[in-house]
Design a protein around this ligand. Sequence first.
Ligand SMILES: C[S@@+](CC[C@H](N)C(=O)[O-])C[C@H]1O[C@@H](n2cnc3c(N)ncnc32)[C@H](O)[C@@H]1O
Length: 238
Amino acid sequence: MKGREWYQADDVAAEYEEKRFSRGGRLIDRREKQAVLDALAPVEGKDVLEIACGTGRFTVALAERKANVVGLDISAEMLAQGREKAQRTGRSVDFLRGDAGRLPFPDDSFDAVFAMRFFHLADTPTAYLSEMARVARKQVFFDTFNAGSVRLLYNWALPMGSRLYDREEVTDLFAEVELRRTNENHDFVLPFGFYRKIPNRVADEFREVDMAVGKTSVGDRLASVSYWDARVADSERA
Ligand SMILES: C[S@@+](CC[C@H](N)C(=O)[O-])C[C@H]1O[C@@H](n2cnc3c(N)ncnc32)[C@H](O)[C@@H]1O
């Protein structure tokens, strides 16, 4: 698993959000939160587990909307950031240190289980997805970075590189863990790294062009990120 040690450093955890979600990166944070909230809606009263929750961007947003949410991450330093955030906003969130490969919960513990920006770090994605499916009663949601996108051009230069997926690989993953894909969304023809480098005031203009290209016939294939929504097979028989 890439990033296991990387995210345990104090300074990496402290700078995590500032590096990724300031400047033009703010719109990425908004888009990702929307993807999670749309997929999990309605969230009020729902039992939700977030895998690799990091600094709690989504965990706290879900708690604000009255979900019963648990955030799990392997890094105590990232979790400390999340706990501070929850305290600042007066939300009650259960943050737990643990390994996504061995979830400390019985089968069918949560209505929904999700992970954002995690699968690009996974060298054995089936094992992780299978754990998510095991503890989910109904829904599993996650994102991937895509092989057919511009990301391919700079992926090698990133500190730990990312595992990039194509649609067939995700389809196979779902089949292996017996999840049924119910929805998929593909976005960001312009990659995250580009938005992070430009000022927030011009990011919206580029985003409009990005979304316009995304709507063309080649948009889905060029998108750098995909959001995948699935149902646990058993939940549909109940
Ligand atoms: C790129 S960050 C994403 C954090 C958060 N999901 C977000 O989108 O802001 C990846 C996270 O995965 C966590 N992680 C890496 N390996 C893990 C594992 N085996 N089990 C649980 N968390 C893990 C890291 O500690 C880090 O917080």
